[in-house]
Structures are given as C-alpha cells and as structure tokens.
Design a protein around this ligand. Structure first.
Ligand SMILES: Cc1ncc(COP(=O)(O)O)c(C=O)c1O
Length: 341
C-alpha cells in the first residue's frame, strides 16, 4: 500500500477533522478506557465503513476469521465480501469463548468481537476471556477487531472498559459509532488503529471516498467540546433505561410462556427468547402480521441451530407505545400455535 504524501493528506482531513479526532481520543480515554493518541483516530461514516475498510485492507481471500455465533450480520457480510473464511465461535452468557476458536482454528488471521455488549445476545465478555483472547492474539500475531457499537448505553453497574485498553503489544482495532449514540442518519463513526496501520488505512480511504464530510464533523466536534454530548449521553441513558424497564415489566406481565427477555441492562435493542415452540422466522412473520417489526435471531447465526428468538427495539418508543407493542406481540405469538401453521 502506497504511503500518503503530504499533498494527499492536505490539511489532515483524510483521517478526519483534527479537533474532532482530539475530542474522540479524549472521550475514549476517559469514558471507555481506550489507550490512544489523536493520530490513531480515523473518522469514518460509521462502524460499517470501518468493517469494510478492515476487510479490504487487512484480509486476503482464504484468511480465517473467528466470528461470534450468533453475530453482527454487517461484519459477516464485510468479511465474506473479502473472501475470508469465517470460523463460528459460540457465545454464551460470558460472551465470546476464545478456547473454542483456538480448538477450531488456532492460526486465524483475525477475530471480530463485541465484548462490551455482544450483538445480538447482549452478554458482556468476561475478564478471563478477554485476557485469554489477548494472549492468543499476542502469540499468533492475529488482529483483534473490537466493535464497541453501543457500549455507552449501560444502565446498571459500572461501565465496562474496552478490551483495547488491556492490550499491550497486541494489534487491536477499536471501532465506535456516533450513529448509535446520536442518530442513525448522522453517519459518523471512528476507528482507533495501531500506529502501524494508520497510513495504509488513510491511503485506502482516500481512494474510496476521500474523507468524511467536514461540516458535520465540525458541528459534532463543537457539540462534544461544549459539553452537549456528555449531557445528551446522561439524558438518553436515563430515558432508555426507563424504556427498557417498561419493556421488562410488560414482558413479565403479558409474554409469560411466549417470549422471555433476559435481564440485561444495556443497549438500544434487546434479544427475546421464544418459549412457545416457534422458530425465529415464524415468530418474526407472525409479529409482522400484527404490525410489530422485529428481527428473527437466526438471521445472525453462522452455524447454530439452538437460537430461537427475536430482536426487539425499545429506544425509539415511549413507555405507552412499548406497552401497546408488547400486548400486540403477546396477541400475535399467543394466537398462533406453531403446530397449527
Ligand atoms: C454490532 C454493530 N456493529 C456495527 C453497526 C453499524 O453501525 P453504523 O450505523 O455506525 O455503521 C451496527 C448497526 O446496527 C451494529 O449493530
């Protein structure tokens, strides 16, 4: 990959607006325990662009990549597009299990994880497993891709610091998104790269779409520097926490025996596990007929057959709407026995 000439760099916009990169590095250091300088921060259009860049720049066809199973479909697509060989690694209540990856394919080139809030099942990766993953990456030279997509939204207990902050010599690419924290159409996110990868990523990014839109970057930067971002996070954390509580309470009341929502206190969406014998697809279609939009959990599966449930959003609805939605879902799932289909 060609190194960037000063002319290509222009005023530094390829990696993003410099004051925004400083604000991001500062925020990540204090709030997420990420260890980085602004020079390692590259502004992108979102976590998805970061994943696409990683797939294009780091992976070669045939490279093995450990993937969470179930896991984020956008990462699965990005890595498949690069011709990578995906190695499913089962997640459980302690998150991703590196021991399974070691047994299946010890010399994988990379691993993709969502340790703060596993997508879609919601677990937090245990410290023991984080250290085991880092130790494997150190020995094998593999790259860790840490997707921290919505870790700002943790409603109880202390925030869980990033895996990247525990790394020493291991190569970790840390990805985050303002599209979750602010609003999806903002299309701004960031990656924190090991120093040796900054130039190759900037050169590739320049060839793809030059650099991110300056106007929205400078507005976002002022929003952070003037303290609005911190206030926004505190307010939305409180709001979404109340909405998730409403979801849990209504689910206990109306969905008993049909759908069980784990007690995880984080995020903008929650998994819900079917208890009525339906498959994920049957439940998604039945819910849709009753006006409820959800996602079948088996959309995110690589090789597992034991996942039967739905992904439900709660952040976009007030408590009254959540109650109505849960009642409609209970009517849908209760009215339709799987064996009568
Ligand atoms: C786990 C995960 N990673 C990445 C993304 C992509 O985020 P962005 O909208 O910032 O591209 C999403 C979006 O839903 C996601 O759920």
């Amino acid at each position: 990959m060609r190194r960037l000439s000063p002319a290509m760099l222009g005023d530094g916009n390829v990696a993003g607006y410099r004051p925004l990169r400083e604000a991001i590095a500062n925020y990540l250091g204090t709030s997420r325990g990420v260890n980085c300088s602004p020079d390692q921060v590259v502004v992108v259009s979102g976590a998805q662009q970061a994943l696409d860049l990683i797939a294009r720049i780091v992976l070669k066809p045939g490279d093995a990549v450990w993937m969470e199973d179930p896991g984020y479909i956008g990462a699965i697509h990005a890595f498949r597009n690069a011709g990578a060989r995906l190695i499913p690694v089962r997640v459980d209540e302690r998150g991703f299990d590196p021991e399974i990856g070691r047994k299946a394919c010890p010399d994988a080139r990379a691993v993709y994880v969502t340790p703060g809030h596993q997508f879609p099942l919601g677990a937090t990766m245990s410290l023991e497993r984080r250290l085991a993953l880092l130790s494997w990456a150190r020995e094998s030279g593999a790259l860790i891709v840490e997707d921290d997509y919505d870790s700002e939204f943790r409603f109880t207990g202390s925030p869980i610091p990033a895996l990247q902050g525990l790394a020493r010599s291991e190569a970790v690419i840390f990805i985050g998104s303002f599209n979750k924290v602010m609003f999806p159409s903002l299309r701004l996110g960031y990656m924190v790269l090991p120093a040796s990868l900054v130039d190759p990523f900037l050169a590739a990014r320049f060839q793809i779409d030059r650099y991110p839109p300056g106007l929205s970057q400078s507005i976002l930067c002022d929003f952070i520097d003037d303290g609005h971002f911190g206030r926004h996070l505190r307010r939305t954390r409180e709001l979404y926490s109340a909405q998730l509580t409403a979801m849990h309470e209504n689910a206990r009341r109306y969905l008993d025996g049909l759908l069980e929502i784990p007690s995880i206190q984080a995020g903008l969406i929650t998994p819900a596990l079917l208890r009525n014998g339906m498959t994920s697809q049957q439940a998604e279609q039945t819910a849709a007929k009753h006006g409820i939009e959800s996602m079948a959990l088996d959309r995110f599966v690589l090789s597992r057959t034991d996942i039967h449930g739905l992904l439900l959003g709660f952040a976009a609805f007030n408590e009254g709407e959540i109650r109505e939605g849960v009642i409609a879902l209970a009517t849908a799932l209760g009215s339709c026995r799987p064996d009568s289909r």
